[in-house]
Design a protein around this ligand. Sequence first.
Ligand code: BES
Ligand code: ZN
Ligand code: ZN
Length: 477
Amino acid sequence: MNITVHTKLQSKETDLILAFPKDKKDINLIKKFTDFFSESDFSGESKELVYLYKKNGEGKLFLLGLGDAKDQAKSSTFFRSCAYQNRKKLSKTLSVYLDHLNDQQVFNAVNGIIVGLRQNGAFKQERETVNTEEIHFITEKAHHSAIIEEARLYSETQLDMMHLVDLPSNVKTPEFIAETAVSSAENNGYTVRVLNKAELESEGLKALLSVGQGSIHPPVLIVAEYKPANPKGNIKTIGLVGKGISFDTGGLSIKPSANMGYMKSDMGGAAAVIGAIELAAKLRLNVHIVAIIPSAENSVDALSTRPGDIIGSYSGKSIEVIDTDAEGRLILADGLSYLLKNYKPEYIVDLATLTGSVIQTLGYHAAGLFTQNDEIAQLLTASGDSVSERLWRLPLWDDYMSEMLSDMADIKNLSGKPVAGAITAAKFLEFFTENHSKWAHIDIAGVAFADSEFAKQRSATGFGIRLLYDFMKKLQQ
Ligand code: BES
Ligand code: ZN
Ligand code: ZN
């Protein structure tokens, strides 16, 4: 897909999208392109889509409603929906007027249209066709060009990471995830080191090894680092940690079969973190990023860790494994400890598809946010609101910790009571953060892989990349 920016329509013969917030409809602009429009046809409500023909058969005209101010953060989905629904009807060239839109709407328009026109069916004999070869963004505002380019780069990363989450686990092994990070680093200007099983053994990442020991695909630790070539001022170091379970059977505490297939998405946190560091590098943000991805397959085997086993960890702390399905916190414990021991991050954010409990609590409309630090909570929540990847803060009171104490080991991986599972999981992680004052944990179990109008089955959302991107931009010097 070839994307270009112009100040005027390049040719009359083009399909055209005109999008308007409810209070900014420009009837004269609409009438310039079509004879078949009366004002009552289009009110500008959010997601409203009117499909008309242009004058002299010169293509199709799509009027898209963007609603009012409260809908603005969501407008990316409106554009995506417009492009997706009409992807088979569009001709070679699609033009989109952006001139009258604000910066956030411009970003969302570019993003929604690029993502909406993605070609689906990677494994089909006959891949779905999308006719659109050229997208022309039309605007006279000079500063829009940079926003269009930024949105294009973000959309590329988002699509790649969505694809990674959608890939089946027979393809997407821990090693495959590591190779993805290695090629992203080579193409975008950051570095990656991958610790293989032997290195994990010699370095003592015992919790990560224990989760992976039942799989024929060995676990890895991916360590990625981005630093700007010419840092300006005293730049901040941000540590990101992402859960990279390539498939979660539950291990010997095996999951019921009905929805087990969704557990190919148990590396949604890893995808968000790889996406974030890739974007930081592509857009040369003035921050130092260290991204750690512990990755393993949680399988059923004679060699698998058993419920009741007591394992070690990189931190030196011992863990009693009550339930092998609570594996995410085990690999994250080693990821967090590795970050803390080897780097000095000022901020730490981990993302993980960690608990079914967060879905019970918040449903599919927000991720759970856990932190003791009000500043980081405020920054992340505001980012989430503005990019429509919402977060809702849940408590981390010490009262919840009593549930995680073990008689024989330093901690156990599952509370004894079937309540507040997302919080007790977060308390487990906190135990491995050495009281770092600026750590936040985001439980994305309900939002990383979801039903939507854009696919027949549940599919990846890319949740977390744009959130982290916005957060990193705020922490630039
Ligand atoms: N990967 C799952 C959590 C999950 C559930 C993600 C649904 C996405 C959708 C995690 O490893 C898990 O199995 N959690 C268990 C923990 C329990 C054993 C304490 C859960 O939430 O049921
Ligand atoms: Zn699990
Ligand atoms: Zn899991």
